[in-house]
Design a protein around this ligand. Structure first.
Ligand SMILES: [Fe+2]
Length: 380
């Protein structure tokens, strides 16, 4: 839920019509049954009127037969493959969260909708356009795109496109502590309401053709075909819609002493917290140690996707690297990193962190890009 947006042509009151011979087909897209955030979409055509459907089983995503220890996964080793529908690779998962990487080889005009998961896409490389029935959002490197569950969309992108997909069974929200009682982002938060980019509305498509929508239910797709474009919305309003935020627009919070990850929180669900490490000045105590201390977070696993900049606390980390630091095993700076950090004034890093409350486990795909011996990288 963000704020109220209204676009295009709408009847004066909800659930009414203007002209009987020009009926619009009203669709409510909402969370928590009819109680949560929702939007009302006015289609030219009936959104249920598909010409057919088929079930396509998806390749099973298997957990690796591997212990739950610290890992370094090199997503850059994954080959360009497929597209939004068939190219996403799950590298880590649990019953509520999936971490996927999409390094697409091609694009498709087909629509994708996830029936179960909210999606937070991070654009690691490339640029393009996200399109859904509510409008389109131009994106570029360093953007997040939030997609509420149940929203159909497609993506066009440049040849160097490279995305991180975070999927959450539980609703992703702007942290409630960031919002005032009106739903406005408060002063002092890392981003402001103005930084949120809702879809830019475009007139409804009236042409006929063959339109395909792949609706994902984890282990299979329901593939629906339509003669009329799903982009047939004449107007919509409400509080539930996809949006983008640029990490360039975000303002990191810094302090006299080292700030823990929750200070960099971006969005969260009941099953995970997403935080963003941004280019920032380091702590200003004259004897501050500007990188993290050793920590043993007993209730979370800690995932980091390194996007750009100089990652000074870890050796061997490249853009596209993922580290997983698990509960129960202390982690922190590698030998020499603390000494090297002292006196440094800032960082240019951009990294996406998630903390999951259930263990985040390696998949077979993740095991294929795992750096052997990462656990020993702390040995002097
Ligand atoms: Fe950590």
């Amino acid at each position: 839920m963000v704020y109220y947006v209204k676009n295009g042509k709408l009847p004066e009151s909800r659930h009414t019509f203007e002209k009987k011979d020009e009926l619009r087909r009203e669709e409510l897209v909402g969370e928590e049954s009819f109680e949560g955030a929702y939007s009302l979409l006015y289609h030219l055509y009936e959104p249920t009127n598909s010409t057919g459907y088929r079930i396509v089983k998806l390749k099973e995503e298997k957990y690796a037969d591997a212990p739950h220890v610290h890992r370094h996964l090199r997503t850059g080793m994954l080959k360009r493959d497929g597209n939004l529908i068939n190219g996403r690779k799950t590298i880590l998962m649990n019953s509520r969260v999936k971490v996927q990487v999409l390094i697409p080889e091609n694009s498709t005009d087909d629509f994708y909708r996830n029936a179960l998961h909210e999606i937070l896409i991070f654009v690691h490389n490339g640029s393009g356009k996200f399109t859904c029935p509510m409008g389109s959002i131009k994106f570029s490197k360093g953007d997040y795109i939030y997609v509420p569950k149940g929203i159909a969309f497609r993506m066009e992108y440049t040849e160097d496109a490279y995305f991180l997909f975070l999927l959450s069974l539980d609703t992703l929200k702007i942290p409630p502590r960031y919002l005032n009682s009106y739903g406005q982002l408060k002063e002092g938060t890392p981003y402001y309401t103005r930084d949120i980019r809702p879809p830019e509305f475009f007139p409804p498509e009236k042409k006929s053709g063959k339109y395909v929508m792949h609706v994902e239910f984890d282990t299979y797709y329901v593939v629906q075909e339509f003669e009329k474009s799903p982009l047939d919305v004449e107007g919509w309003d409400g509080y539930l819609f996809p949006f983008a935020i640029s990490t360039d627009a975000m303002a990191p919070i810094v302090g006299k002493l080292h700030m823990p990850p929750p200070i960099h929180e971006t969005m969260s669900s009941k099953s995970m917290m997403v935080a963003t490490f941004l280019p920032r000045k380091f702590d200003f105590h004259p004897r501050s140690i500007p990188i993290s201390y050793y920590h043993n977070n007993v209730d979370v696993d800690e995932f980091l996707f390194y996007s750009s900049g100089n990652f000074m606390s870890r050796k061997g980390i490249q853009p596209g690297s993922v580290t997983l630091h698990v509960r129960g095993l202390t982690h922190g700076p590698q030998p020499g990193a603390t000494e090297n950090a002292i006196g440094k004034e800032g960082t240019d890093e951009v990294a996406v962190m998630i903390e999951t409350y259930d263990p985040l486990l390696l998949t077979e795909t993740g095991a294929g890009i795992d750096q052997e011996g990462y656990m020993k990288s702390w040995y002097a």
